[in-house]
Design a protein around this ligand. Sequence first.
Ligand code: COA
Length: 568
Amino acid sequence: MRILLLSHAFNSLTQRLYVELRELGHDVSVEFDVNDVVTLEAVDLFQPDLIIAPFLKRAIPESVWHFHTCLVVHPGIPGDRGPSALDWAVLNNEVNWGVTVLQANAEMDAGDIWASAEFTMREASKGSLYRNEVIDAALRAVLSAIEFYRSGDTHPRALNYADSHVRGKLRPLVKQAHRIIDWQKDNSEAVLRKIRSADGVPGVADKVLDRRLYLYDAHIEKTLTGTAGELIARCGGAICRATLDGAVWIGHLRDKQGVPPIKLPAMHLLGRQLEYLPEITPGPDSGYRDIWYERQGRVGYLHFPFYNGAMGTEQCERLRLAFIDARQQDTRVIVLMGGADYWSNGMHLNLIEAADSAADESWRNINAIDDLALEIINTQSQITVAALQGNTGAGGVFLARAADRVWARRGVVLNPHYKDMGNLYGSEYWSYLLPRYAGHENARRIVQLRLPMGVSEGRELGLIDEIFESETQDFVTAVEQNAEALASSPDYEKSVAQKNRDRQRDEKEKPLQAYRDEELEKMRLNFYGFDPSYHVARYNFVNKIPKSRTPLTIAQHRRTREAVQGAL
Ligand code: COA
């Protein structure tokens, strides 16, 4: 089928549908819903069989839905309506939630229901739920709606609140007043829930040191207590605030009036004023942990669930030290677990944007990632595995490929390209790793692509070695079983000896330092050269400047030869 994805942006859900629908053989094109004329033009050009709207911020024009079947993906259970579906689900502590695919008509979210899928809620931020449970449920519901449509039975159920399965209702936009924190009355659980309901956007507005700031990245503190509302400790980039019955950590803040007005680690924004706070060493029950190691038998697991998968210079340095520590343990396998939402999204673009010199900070950051990649590549004493629980993008993909094996959960989306970040050349030894694992032809294809890819394509191209068909929690279990099997394999010693011989051979042919020098020479031009494309692209990305037109890479209906040449 010809399917047009009409979306406000190419966000994670839109990317997942794009990948999965193409893998199923559909002809998929994407148009950003910028204005009625552009949307109409896209429909005219593509002549879709079906329009699917995974992420919209405004109503589809009548001139479109009147003549074409438009299916809207709503992140709520049947009957739920309104722009803050998931925010309310988190705020109201729902136990089960869902996604509904409904037909666009004159009334927002009130169209006929084509399909729905449910999931169990998890103690997590709205963004994390969206990236995991919602996307999985949305895919299930969209696929059943497509089947339903294809079967020719084009009579979906009208929304009827008398139906027993229609449990939702119309709810307004969540405003700051709905989730304002009352530090004198709210316990830790309530504070967490309010912050999580607004994380990633827009954040909960609060007063911190007399400044109006937005709070994100909240975690429970199990040991410390203090006077409700007071700041009582710091740990790495995070601050700890006492509640009625305990305390919570807040990892990130945003100052809307700040320069730049973007999310940053809390201590980055408030640092000097908070140096008096006691610094806590992070542990399982206390502190803000963004890196930890655990060992099970002969396997070591290194977790690094960095917020939004962004890896700043200092985080890369700490992770490198933690990795070297892990390597010194008497284990046979080290699994690099990343985080549940992202494995890694490469350099920390927000910290770079906020630095005195973005070019200098970019240089430091890429070198710190390279130093980490170098340690992973040069590991002689263990087999290393990158276990992709969540999506990974840009330099994160190549950092994962630095491990001997890459295992991924079905459903993970890879974005193995830097070109959209102002034609960034990239480093992380990709010019060694890609030909080594993917072959020269695939390496060339990967660097020229600017598209997200699913794990099947990733495996075909040599970016991934194994795919595990499991949900997030089961994936961790599958990784543990496979890592243990690897550690106890009769071939283990042979594999280690072989990988060390391969590395020595490759080093003789061309030292890693030579690859790094060549990559960094190009990166130096990106950071310090005459062409400002990277700095402009980064500014637009971190400040969330919406795109005014759909990139030709995904808007295939606009891809005439002239248009492609013009864009290059
Ligand atoms: N640095 C800082 N923040 C980052 C980031 C990075 N490298 N990558 C993603 N983020 C943030 C986004 O700003 C967004 O923030 P929000 O919580 O305020 O909304 C959040 O992570 C989610 O990102 P989003 O782009 O909405 O997720 P996605 O799943 O739709 O897209 C990517 C994933 C990887 C395609 C996209 O985030 C991206 O292009 N990131 C930049 C990668 C990059 O160029 N890195 C530098 C070169 S190594």
